[in-house]
Design a binder for this molecule. Structure first.
Ligand code: PNS
Length: 161
């Protein structure tokens, strides 16, 4: 059984994330979307909210599940018998940091990182930019699933109000 994790913060999940998850699902028997729950950055959505959104987003992918993790990604991999980490690369600017994490992770446990090139249509897409654009009233429909857009709009309205 070839198992992989697609890890991230997913605050919020974007169409770029989902593109990588779908492609990982075609390469591996089982894929777990691993939601980092205790990263230091402040989050717009709680871990449970991010897990809920991702669970809805991958509902049509039978070999994909979603789980939160705290602590090291390599510990999560060891606990679940996962030997591959799938990461999307949007541009060469992603590469330095991703390479460093891949090498650190493989030094910690028996895990390989597989880099998947982001589809060109999503190469500019980042959760942080989606939040910033939406905060200032820009149109991010088409960059996130409709149900994520609904939750994002509601959360930003709560914060503003
Ligand atoms: O979406 P992000 O913010 O790029 O996701 C980063 C994430 C959660 C994948 C990364 O920070 C991570 O793996 N965190 C878990 C803690 C860990 O294992 N740190 C050592 C990395 S070498």
């Amino acid at each position: 059984m070839r198992r992989a994790v697609c890890p991230g913060s997913f605050d919020p999940p974007t169409n770029g994330h989902l593109d990588i998850v779908q492609r990982a699902a075609s390469l591996f028997d089982e894929v777990v979307v691993g939601v980092g729950v205790n990263a230091s950055k402040s989050r717009l959505f709680s871990a449970d909210e991010r897990i809920d959104m991702l669970t809805e987003a991958v509902a049509d992918l039978p070999n994909v599940t979603v789980a939160g993790f705290s602590g090291l990604l390599t510990t999560f991999c060891q606990e679940r018998g996962i030997h591959a980490i799938v990461k999307g690369l949007r541009a060469v600017s992603d590469f330095d940091y991703e390479l460093q994490m891949a090498q650190m992770n493989s030094s910690l446990t028996d895990v390989e990182t597989v880099f998947v090139p982001t589809s060109p249509e999503w190469s500019f897409l980042a959760s942080s930019l989606v939040k910033e654009v939406a905060t200032f009233g820009g149109d991010v429909s088409g960059l996130v699933p409709d149900f994520v857009l609904t939750r994002l709009t509601a959360r930003l309205a709560e914060r503003a109000g």
